[in-house]
Design a protein around this ligand. Structure first.
Ligand code: GLP
Length: 313
């Protein structure tokens, strides 16, 4: 586990240099050698090498290294910085592979990330014309016009504000009553697109990702879930009342999410501090679905300081 604190290097971030520099420091299969260096206190060179000479910008400051998994945790001071860093990582993906498949998420956490992407698009720095997207989940029973559907959310916060082609965007169809049919269609769709290049995730208060609720086993593929009372409680703020929150949803499975080539999880706020510590520093268990991410080989967590306030340091 690598933990970074953001330094003053937003220019580099914007250009994508930081992302390459950081991911370049831990090539696959070299974890052992790095851990030797970590134990002996040797600074990894990639990190210090990324600040261009004469820019006066400080490289990323390493505050602690933990070798639990390949996860990289970037600490941002607040929501705005978290959003900008996450948007930088997504932008780098779009620039490096203009026809990439972005796995997208809903919830209040990624709204700032989408706003930042829109701002850079408006400045002419980003082009979504070839980008394809697949969303994580959708409430069962809500149609597209319902302003609480995730289809509506994605159009409101991103799709209608950039030059993405509507036919290149995908959200599970909440109006399809045949759950088996819709989930199989969606899973096959993701496969036919060649898989997800980078999957954006938020984190539920109970550790859910997408709508994969705590369970006794990890769900492999897209499926229909019964939402837990705690999720209904957490999400009722968007509805007129708790009774209006749908009781079921279609969601990518844990297996679907884990097949993404890269994962980017955003999380902020003190209210998520306990679950962050549990999910990323506790045991891997289906009772905390996000804990499975410890086993993915390319996960970046961008979190604000409040969300990281309970992790072991
Ligand atoms: C919903 C979504 C998740 C999201 C979670 C957290 O349940 N299905 O994808 O991560 O809420 O939402 P928020 O970011 O609003 O805390």
């Amino acid at each position: 586990m690598y933990l970074y604190v953001a330094g003053r290097h937003s220019e580099m971030e914007r250009s994508g240099i930081e992302l390459r520099g950081r991911t370049g420091i831990a090539p696959r299969g070299t974890a052992g050698r790095h851990s030797e260096m970590e134990r002996s206190g040797i600074e990894l060179r990639g990190r210090t090498g990324i600040a261009p000479r004469g820019t006066g910008q400080r490289p990323v400051q390493k505050i602690k290294l933990r070798r639990m998994s390949q996860m990289k945790i970037y600490e941002a001071k607040d929501y705005q910085e978290m959003s900008r860093k996450a948007a930088n990582i997504l932008s780098a993906q779009v620039i490096l592979k203009p026809d990439c498949v972005l796995g997208l998420a809903t919830g209040s956490t990624p709204i700032g990330t989408y706003d930042q992407l829109v701002e850079w698009y408006e400045k002419g720095d980003l082009d979504f014309s070839e980008v394809k997207t697949v969303n994580l989940d959708e409430y069962k029973g809500l149609d597209r016009e319902n302003d609480q559907s995730y289809y509506y959310f994605m159009h409101e916060h991103l799709f209608d504000r950039v030059n993405i082609k509507p036919e290149n965007t995908n959200v599970p169809d909440g109006t399809e009553p045949d759950a088996e049919k819709e989930c199989a269609r969606y899973e096959e769709l993701i496969r036919s697109m060649g898989g997800v290049d980078i999957q954006l995730l938020g984190l539920g208060h109970n550790g859910h990702i997408g709508f994969n609720e705590p369970d006794s086993s990890f769900a492999k593929v897209t499926h229909c879930v019964d939402l837990t009372e705690s999720t209904i409680e957490a999400n009722k703020r968007f509805f007129a009342s708790a009774d209006d929150v749908p009781r079921q949803a279609y969601t990518m499975g844990i297996g679907t999410i884990m097949r993404a080539k890269k994962i980017l999880l955003v999380v902020n706020g003190e209210a998520k501090a306990d679950i962050v510590a549990k999910a990323f520093f506790g045991p891997v268990t289906p009772e905390v679905p996000a804990s499975i991410l410890q086993l993915h080989n390319d996960v970046v967590i961008v979190a604000d300081s409040a969300a990281l306030s309970k992790i072991p340091r």
